[in-house]
Design a protein around this ligand. Structure first.
Ligand SMILES: Cc1cc2nc3c(=O)[nH]c(=O)nc-3n(C[C@H](O)[C@H](O)[C@H](O)COP(=O)(O)O)c2cc1C
Length: 220
């Protein structure tokens, strides 16, 4: 599966099969987490076989089932772009997981923050978690805002790489499917910004990663 397929096939999955992660998948994820931490300065952690984090009223209300593995997105409180950075590197892990045949769900609200087993230093905080495992289903395609609402460039004027990036951004997960991002073209550069609101900065990092991974162009 290439990155385009991974972007297209990824949907939030909240019900998982009651089986542990395979040894190989676990090792690959650990390696990827270590790489992401080295590049980002974050303290991302893979936590396996811990049913408690999703054993809360909110998680059941959110229809989570057998969510026992997760990636805890944590880092230094002092990092100015902590949320965006978590979004960016978390989405890199999500798409690699998709390629490995795993399913995921970004979770910032419906989990037990106090029950999360990630180990934190005093100067660190947890931004959100990503549930990960073998889905009982593959999720479903989310409804997207129209392209004109998300991007200021008329479709007919979009260079191919930009168009591919916009499509990938539209398929990105955002909290409550809010899609508050906007994509513009400034000369040769794609510029992605976000409106205000809860979790929009995490969304921004996620959307930027999707755009870059598929278009092959760094964005601002
Ligand atoms: C930052 C972020 C936080 C999220 N928090 C939750 C959550 O607390 N509970 C939940 O069930 N889904 C959560 N989601 C999943 C979104 O509802 C989902 O991504 C969105 O509806 C789009 O659907 P899709 O991921 O299937 O494309 C979150 C997604 C993001 C990006």
């Amino acid at each position: 599966m290439d990155i385009r397929e991974a972007v297209k096939e990824r949907h939030s999955v909240r019900q998982y099969r009651d089986i542990p992660l395979g040894e190989e998948e676990r090792r690959s994820l650990e390696e990827l987490v270590a790489q992401c931490n080295a590049e980002s300065g974050l303290n991302i952690q893979l936590v396996c076989d811990d049913p408690e984090c999703f054993d809360t009223f909110l998680a059941h209300y959110g229809k989570f089932k057998n969510a026992k593995n997760y990636i805890a997105m944590t880092g230094k409180k002092s990092l100015e772009d902590l949320e965006e950075r978590c979004g960016y590197y978390g989405q890199r892990i999500v798409l690699e997981a998709q390629k490995m045949g795993l399913n995921t769900c970004w979770v910032a609200g419906t989990y037990g923050k106090g029950k999360c087993k990630a180990s934190l230093q005093k100067d660190e905080k947890i931004v959100c978690v990503i549930a990960i495992g073998y889905g009982e289903n593959s999720g479903s395609k989310h409804k997207s805002k129209a392209v004109e609402k998300l991007c200021s460039v008329p479709e007919a004027d979009m260079p191919t790489w930009f168009k591919n990036g916009v499509k990938a951004a539209m398929m990105a997960p955002t909290a409550l499917n809010q899609q508050k991002f906007r994509i513009a073209l400034d000369g040769e550069d794609a510029v992605i910004t976000t409106g205000s609101g809860p979790m929009t900065k995490i969304d921004l990092g996620i959307v930027k990663y999707n755009f870059e991974a598929v278009s092959g162009h760094k964005c601002k």
